[in-house]
Structures are given as structure tokens and as C-alpha cells.
Design a protein around this ligand. Structure first.
Ligand code: FAD
Length: 546
């Protein structure tokens, strides 16, 4: 059997090596149009910044090493230019000589990845995109010329990583993002923390405005602002590379990726498509989705090799778990965010917490921001987001596992997670989310979101801040009255006989105050996530701007 694989990186190489482990005799040919295979594309931004100093560290395997260990026939500089699905052959162009040859296959696996989106902005030819080793070499050469200024267009994962690495190189760096926030998988109050971190490290961040033209020396934005830009990086997103599949008559799905069945077979059963180029199935609602991430590309590669080898496979579902580092912050997300849930008309509840990465009394504990989104009736976990300097990865990974295992939000309280003071808390942040979810979904307490304060105020609620006087003086929600939680019993006469919206710093004392005030006969709602969530949110920025 001859298996031909198009694309020799994440998905393609996983498929090739798994195929060999399952079939010692198969002829496995990997065709890669660039000069490298099995390179660490996720590490490319760090080569720009010098964090990864040696380019060879990015090159995990070579055609020779892959032949030595796996007897793979790996051909670089070999671009597949067309597929003849009827005759089961591909045309391969030698990129160096231009010569085109035909290659027959029994099974074909397409893993050509995704291409950077290049908008039709005047001057865009000068902008660098980042996808391959050759791309990063070009960017590194430009960086070595020590440009005084750089503009990164796009505040997604690759954009923020590149911006950080350019700052490491001492280059004055601006980031331009057309959306009002960076990192689209986050909700705005979580993304604000990332924007603050970027600005505090010197990134000149332009949100809610697009690049309009690129000249030899600058980038001009749609609001008329002109930013100096000796170097321009374009990172506004990627789209599945479907050109080959389309040309070969294979079906493209509703999200613009190559359409595949549950075993990653395309509309032609002898042709598989995997990785960034292929559509995926969302684990929450079964819809078609695109998740251009390395985990799923690798998983796809393994699964199609198993399927070709006749093994039983589980369909690959995705919840899009992702993480990124931005200076000192780790930012992670899994599942759906509020924006997507609201757009799909789902009912959901969010909770925000600000726990320590480990027991507060043990040195080095760092506060993080966690958000859990779930169905208030069934407890189904829809998604979670985390931002912090330490411990975010662990919590989001635990929640991602819980989502796939079908645990409900209150059941997060039941998880027995490893604990000793240097590592966590007896009530781990994930357990705390479970406790809060239980309180909210059983109706023990009512909570309000940071974005709803005006609505409550207009609805006749009095705002009571139950933090200490000094905390209150350092900053408070406009219109709130300070009655510290420990003084509530003594000062009930000061509380009007109307509904109360309580806030504390992170929501915990507010919860205690809410329960107490309800016992005292008041109708009380706790501000979820407290002053901290509100003060990190766009609502705070609006108040401050006025
Ligand atoms: P790729 O790994 O992109 O491989 C596709 C290969 O196919 C390319 O080498 C291309 O040259 C080749 N090819 C295309 N067309 C043809 C053709 N016609 N003939 C022959 N060869 C062809 N994901 C994460 O999960 N975490 C991260 O931190 C992360 N960071 C990233 C940083 C950068 C800069 C980039 C570019 C991506 C990052 N990703 C990250 C995404 C991740 O790398 C991809 O999801 C993953 O590599 C997709 O695997 P793939 O096999 O579908 O495509």
C-alpha cells in the first residue's frame, strides 16, 4: 500500500510516523513544499525574540532522520499542485527545478495547514506573515537590521506573541487590532487584563481600529493615526488551505475548511484531510468548526493512520483549548465564551474568581483570574478562561478535562486535586468554582455580572460595598455606600428598605454579606467577581473616561 501525505509538519508527520508504527511494509511518501519538515511552528515567534537562540532547535526532524528511524520517504521542496482523485494520483512540482511529476497513491492524506489571511490593504506586500521556517528567517533578518519601529497588525495569538518578542529585541512595537479587544477567544473583561499587561511592557496598543494603508515607513489606521513602522508583521488570522482540495473536486464545508466525515475522510473515501485545513466537530453542539491548533492536528494525524490501518477509532471532537504567554501572564481558555453563547441564544451563567495559585501563606502565591461559564439549569460546563502569572494552565486543563468527561459545574467541587501548600489549596480554585456554581445554580445566592451594574442601579437597587474602609477609599463603584462586612449587623439602620447589590473585592466577602443580609430580611444580590472583576472590565474604562 502506498500512502501519500501532503504537508510534513504537525498533522502530516503524525500520520506518517503512526502509519509506520502500524504497518511495517507500507510505502509512506511525505511531500512538503517548504525546505523543512517536522518544524516547531509554535516556537517560531520565540526565535524572532531570541528566546530560542538556535534555529536548529526548531527543526525537530530531517528527511534523513525520519528515513533512518521510520523508513519514511520525505521529499522537501515538493509541492503538490493537483489531485486526480479519479485516477488516484497527484502532480508534484519540484520547487527548485520546476519539474512536475505524477505520483500514484492508494490513500492520500491532506495536511496542508492554513494560510495567513492577507487583506487587500495598499502596501500590504511589505508586511511579513509568519507560518514557515522561511518566513521566520526573513523576519529575523529584518530584526537583525535593528529597525526602530514595528507594527503588528492583528492582536490574536500569533500577533501578541510576536509583539512580545519584538519588544524583547528593543524595538518600539505597536499592535493594531480591529476588534475592541485582543485575543478573541476571551471575553472582554478577561482580555482587558492582557491589554494592560501589553501596555505595561511598552506595547503601543490600538484597539477597535484597523490598518488602512502601509507605506514604506509607516502604517496608517482607519482613524487617521499614522504609526512609524520600519517592520510590519501581518497576523490577522488564518484560513484553511483548501486550494488543492477544491481543485481536486473535494467538498469544502460550511466553515470554509475541507469537509470531512467522522473519520476525517473527505468527499472521496480514499482521500483524508486533517489539521488546520480540515473542518472539525465541536464537542458541545456537534457543529462544524475550525480550530487551527497543534493538539488537534496531531490527534487527527494519529486517528487517520489508525483508520487506514483498519483500527477502530473514536471521532475527534474539539473544545478548542488554548494557552498563550504574554510577557508575565499566562492566558488560557477552553470551550465556548460568552460572546459565542449569546450569539447562539443559549442560556448561561458566568462566575469569576480571583484565587491564589497556591496557599496564600506559602511564599510566592500569585493571584489569578478565573471565569467559568455554565448552564444554570443543567450545570453543563460551556467554557472557562483564566489569566494569571502562575497556575492558570493547570486549572484550565482540569476544566477542559471535566468538560470532555461531562462533569457539571457543581461537580467541580468533587474533584480531589493534588494539594500541598507550595502547589495549591485544600479548596483548589477549581473546587471553588464548583462551590460557587452550586450556590448559584441551587438559588442559594443571586449574582450580578460586572456589565449589569447600571441595570441594577436603574432598577432601584442600592449599592453596598462591604470591603474595609481603606479598600473602599482606594477605589469604588460609583454610587456605592461602604459598610464593611463585619459591621453589617451593627449598621442595618443605615440600609434602605430596597433591594441591595453588594460588592466586595473578589466576591467572597460579598457572598457572606449577601447571605447575612438575606437572613436580616433584605433582598440581596452579590456582584460576581467583586470590585476586581468590574475594575478590570471595559465598564471601568468607560466610567474612568467620563
Ligand atoms: P502545518 O503544521 O502548518 O503544516 C502544513 C504544511 O503543509 C506546511 O509546512 C506547508 O508548507 C505544507 N504544504 C501546504 N500546501 C502544500 C502543498 N500543496 N504541497 C506540499 N506541501 C504543502 N498551535 C498551538 O496549539 N499552540 C501554539 O502555541 C501555536 N503557535 C503557533 C505559532 C505560529 C507562528 C504558527 C504559524 C502556528 C502556531 N500554532 C499553534 C498552530 C499550529 O502550528 C497548527 O495548528 C498546526 O501546525 C497545524 O498542523 P497542520 O499539519 O494542519 O499544518
Amino acid at each position: 500500500m502506498r500512502v501519500v501525505i501532503v504537508g510534513g509538519v504537525a498533522g502530516g508527520m503524525s500520520a506518517a510516523t503512526r502509519m509506520r508504527r502500524l504497518n511495517a511494509d507500507a510505502e509512506i511518501i511525505v511531500l512538503e513544499k517548504s525546505g523543512y519538515v517536522s518544524y516547531a511552528n509554535c516556537g517560531l515567534p520565540y526565535y524572532v525574540g531570541g528566546v530560542i537562540e538556535d534555529e536548529d532547535a526548531l527543526l525537530l526532524q530531517t528527511p534523513d532522520s525520519l528515513h533512518a528511524r521510520f523508513r519514511l520517504d520525505v521529499r522537501v521542496a515538493s509541492e503538490v499542485t493537483s489531485i486526480d482523485a479519479e485516477k488516484k494520483s497527484v502532480s508534484v512540482k519540484n520547487v527548485l527545478t520546476g519539474e512536475v511529476t505524477k505520483l500514484a497513491y492508494d490513500k492520500l492524506i491532506l495536511s496542508p495547514g492554513a494560510s495567513p489571511i492577507v487583506p487587500p490593504i495598499p502596501g500590504v506586500e511589505r508586511a511579513h506573515t509568519l507560518r514557515t521556517v522561511e518566513d521566520v528567517e526573513r523576519i529575523a533578518t529584518s530584526v537583525d537590521r535593528k529597525p526602530a519601529s514595528a507594527v503588528v497588525i492583528g492582536g490574536g495569538f500569533i500577533g501578541v506573541e510576536i509583539a512580545e518578542n519584538l519588544i524583547h529585541k528593543g524595538i518600539r512595537t505597536s499592535v493594531v487590532e480591529a476588534a475592541p479587544q485582543v485575543l478573541a477567544p476571551l471575553d472582554p473583561e478577561m482580555a482587558s487584563l492582557v491589554a494592560k499587561e501589553m501596555r505595561s511592557h511598552g506595547v503601543d496598543l490600538h484597539l477597535g481600529v484597523a490598518a488602512q494603508t502601509i507605506s514604506e515607513t509607516s502604517v496608517t489606521l482607519t482613524n487617521g493615526v499614522e504609526i512609524p513602522a520600519e517592520l510590519v508583521i501581518l497576523a490577522i488570522g488564518v484560513r484553511p488551505d483548501t486550494s488543492l482540495a477544491k481543485e481536486g473536486g473535494l467538498a469544502v464545508g460550511e466553515r470554509g475548511g475541507i469537509a470531512v466525515d467522522e473519520f476525517n475522510r473527505t468527499s472521496n473515501p480514499d482521500v483524508y484531510a486533517i489539521g488546520d485545513a480540515a473542518e472539525k466537530r465541536d464537542a458541545l453542539d456537534g457543529s462544524s468548526t475550525l480550530v487551527p491548533l497543534a493538539n488537534i492536528a496531531n490527534r487527527h494525524g494519529r486517528v487517520v493512520a489508525d483508520h487506514i490501518a483498519g483500527r477502530e477509532v473514536r471521532p475527534v471532537l474539539t473544545i478548542g483549548t488554548a494557552i498563550v504567554k504574554v510577557f508575565n501572564l499566562a492566558i488560557a481558555a477552553t470551550g465556548w465564551n460568552e460572546k459565542r453563547l449569546a450569539a447562539s441564544g443559549r442560556t448561561f451563567t458566568s462566575i469569576h474568581t480571583h484565587p491564589n495559585s497556591h496557599a496564600g501563606y506559602y511564599p510566592g502565591a500569585k493571584q489569578m483570574q478565573l471565569k467559568l461559564i455554565f448552564d444554570p439549569t443543567t450545570g453543563e460546563i460551556f467554557g472557562a478562561q483564566g489569566v494569571g502569572t502562575d497556575g492558570v494552565d493547570k486549572r484550565i486543563d482540569v476544566i477542559a478535562t471535566a468538560i470532555r468527561a461531562g462533569l457539571t459545574a457543581p461537580e467541580l467541587a468533587d474533584l480531589e486535586l493534588a494539594y500541598a501548600p507550595p502547589f495549591g489549596s485544600a479548596k483548589d480554585p477549581v473546587n471553588m468554582l464548583g462551590y460557587i456554581a452550586e450556590n448559584v445554580s441551587t438559588g442559594l445566592v443571586k449574582t450580578a455580572q460586572w456589565s449589569e451594574i447600571d441595570k441594577y442601579r436603574e432598577g432601584g437597587y442600592q449599592l453596598i460595598d462591604v470591603r474595609t474602609e481603606s479598600e473602599f477609599r482606594a477605589g469604588s463603584i460609583p454610587g456605592s455606600k461602604n459598610i464593611p462586612v463585619d459591621e453589617i449587623r451593627a449598621r442595618t439602620v443605615e440600609i434602605e428598605k430596597k433591594p441591595i447589590l453588594v460588592n466586595c473585592q473578589v466576591g467572597q466577602r460579598g457572598h457572606t454579606a449577601t447571605v447575612l443580609l438575606n437572613e436580616l430580611g433584605f433582598d440581596t444580590t452579590n456582584l460576581d467577581g467583586g470590585y476586581l472583576t468590574w475594575s478590570n472590565s471595559p465598564a471601568f474604562e468607560i466610567v474612568n473616561a467620563n
